[in-house]
Design a protein around this ligand. Structure first.
Ligand code: SPV
Ligand code: MG
Length: 539
């Protein structure tokens, strides 16, 4: 049902209805969620929320802007407090036109002079509008509206300005005859006497609206019995928010903490709910091109063998190379490619892995299991494009960039420079590709892996896998699926299997694994010598 029709029905129904004040898009939504059937866009509240007085200090277009936010954010009708119509009949015409364009259901205008003052501030000194002039304004509004159900409510300030029932009746009759859809009778005394005397004589010529701010103790059944159509609770969301804000602001200032307040205020996620953030998320899925968010998994469960007492209190990944732990350098390298969702599989001295902004998965069995088992513990995180790295290597950014730019499903970073391989004590994961690496342009792209392992004859090998691999979304699914199949195949030995064992298993299943060749610019930290190398090289 149109908002205008909803408001008209509220005014014309035989029962007493209630609408509540709102002053911005948020409070309007709160009023709707509380199950009110309509909203009073109060001049007092809107001006107060802007930090100005209820004396037409805010321009009518500024009020219009607020009411537009309120209207956009709600489905129930809004009756705007249009003060005196913001000018003469001509301003009233433009006001009605603009309100209809913003789907505001009706406007209430009061028979005072521009600039008006709030009725509760020296009301008896306020001059009333000329009756014929005000009737012209009502007619102008009614003639302007396009929607037949748009409502113009005429507000009588006679009681406020110290006049009696006779003046109120005279004005009400004139305004009704000029075409007003309802009459709002305002009163500032603490009893309902003005209203009840008016109702007694009005005889239900047209619907009557009241604002029981000052005579709030009167039970609403009294108004219902008297034939009132609509009650406006005119300022209660604003007043409650002022009370709450004053209390909270004072306490936070005194306590220099928000800890005690936290339980008494809404959580941030309630703001998101009121803003309907969920709808935006849904729309993003429909309209935005899918952006793949690359994740990182770092396998760093082991203590490390060759570091003496350096690893008494922390695992190898937390050892410092040139003033910074290996892990934080790794995380920083990943971060520089916008890889922010990083999971570190920890094990030995897990608590010492205390970097912010990482997810930790614990491999309790770190001293009896292999690196593939560590990876399997993070399989929940292996979802979408992912970079998987050993936790004891350092590499320059271009190497990571190289594997990220490669669109193969599984791609290994392979060093062809060999200098680390030539260190006597190292056992290396030697690699044979389908093509021999060369230094020519683009030679390193798209080479298929033929074999990998420490047992490959170094004279035949093309390079060394450094412990860094990227998988695409599909590659991640392949890894998860095949690692389960591999577990079924090798049963007990799965727990101690290495990544190389698993890659060979993939090759045996004819699953394509690609190589990204590069030369040097990385470090495998396997011994104290490597640590000091890092130092000497200024890594
Ligand atoms: C308003 O809410 O702005 C009103 C009602 O006009 S009253 O404040 O009672 O005048
Ligand atoms: Mg007002």
């Amino acid at each position: 049902m149109r908002k205008t029709t909803q408001l008209k029905k509220l005014l014309q129904s035989n029962r007493l209805d209630f609408i509540l004040e709102a002053h911005d898009g948020l409070s309007a939504k709160i009023v709707e969620e509380a199950s009110f059937k309509g909203i009073w866009a109060s001049g007092l509240s809107i001006s107060a929320a802007m930090g100005v007085r209820d004396s037409n200090e805010a321009s009518w277009t500024q009020v219009m802007e607020v009411v537009e936010f309120m209207s956009d954010n709600t489905t129930i009708p809004i009756l705007l407090d249009g003060d005196t119509g913001f000018g003469n009949f001509n301003n009233m015409r433009r006001l009605v036109k603009k309100l209809e364009q913003r789907n505001v259901a009706g406007v209430c205008i009061e028979d005072k002079l521009f600039p008006k003052t709030n009725s509760f501030i020296g009301g008896e000194n306020q001059p009333l509008a000329d009756i014929r002039e005000f009737c012209g304004k009502i007619k102008a509004g009614k003639d302007t509206q396009i929607d037949p159900d748009f409502c113009v409510v005429a507000r009588i300030e006679a009681f406020i300005a110290g006049w009696g029932l006779e003046e109120a009746m005279k004005r009400a009759t004139a305004y009704y005859e000029a075409g007003a859809d309802a009459i709002l009778v305002h009163s500032k005394i603490s009893t309902p006497d003005h209203i009840l005397s008016f109702m007694k004589h009005w005889k239900e010529k047209c619907p009557v609206v009241i604002v029981p701010t000052m005579y709030c103790k009167t039970p609403t059944e009294t108004f219902e019995k008297a034939g009132v159509s609509l009650v406006i609770w005119a300022n209660h969301t604003l007043r409650s928010s002022i009370a709450s804000m004053q209390d909270v602001a004072k306490r936070i200032c005194e306590e220099k903490s928000v800890a005690n307040i936290e339980r008494e205020i809404v959580p941030v996620k309630e703001i998101f709910r009121l803003q309907n953030v969920a709808e935006l998320k849904e729309a993003e899925r429909r309209y935005l091109p899918e952006v793949e968010v690359v994740k990182g998994i770092i396998l760093a469960a082991s203590k490390g063998k060759n570091f003496g007492d350096l690893t008494d209190k922390k695992p190898k990944c937390m050892l410092e190379v040139f003033g910074k732990s290996i892990l934080s350098t790794l995380v920083q390298t990943m971060n520089s490619f916008n890889i922010k969702d990083i999971t570190v599989v920890t094990g030995y001295k897990s608590k010492a892995v205390d970097l912010p902004n990482i997810n930790k998965v614990l491999n309790k069995d770190y001293d009896r299991t292999g690196i593939l088992y560590s990876l399997s513990l993070a399989s929940d995180k292996l979802d979408g494009e992912t970079v998987i790295s050993f936790g004891d290597i350092l590499f320059e950014e271009y190497i990571l960039q190289g594997i990220l730019e490669d669109d193969a499903d599984i791609v290994l970073a392979v060093d062809t420079s060999w200098w680390q391989g030539k260190k006597k004590t190292r056992v290396i994961d030697a690699v044979i590709g389908e093509e021999t690496p060369s230094d020519s342009y683009l030679s390193k792209r798209g080479v298929r892996l033929k074999g990998i392992g420490s047992n490959i004859d170094h004279n035949k090998a093309h390079g060394e896998w450094i412990g860094l691999v990227k998988v695409s979304s599909r590659g991640a699914e392949i890894i998860k699926r095949e690692s389960k199949a591999y577990e079924r195949t090798c049963k007990g030995s799965f727990k101690t299997a290495s990544m190389v064992d698993f890659i060979n298993y993939l090759l045996s299943k004819k699953i394509e694994v690609k190589i990204f060749y590069f030369r040097g610019h990385w470090l495998d930290i396997d011994s104290l010598e490597d640590l000091s190398y890092g130092y000497k090289q200024g890594l």
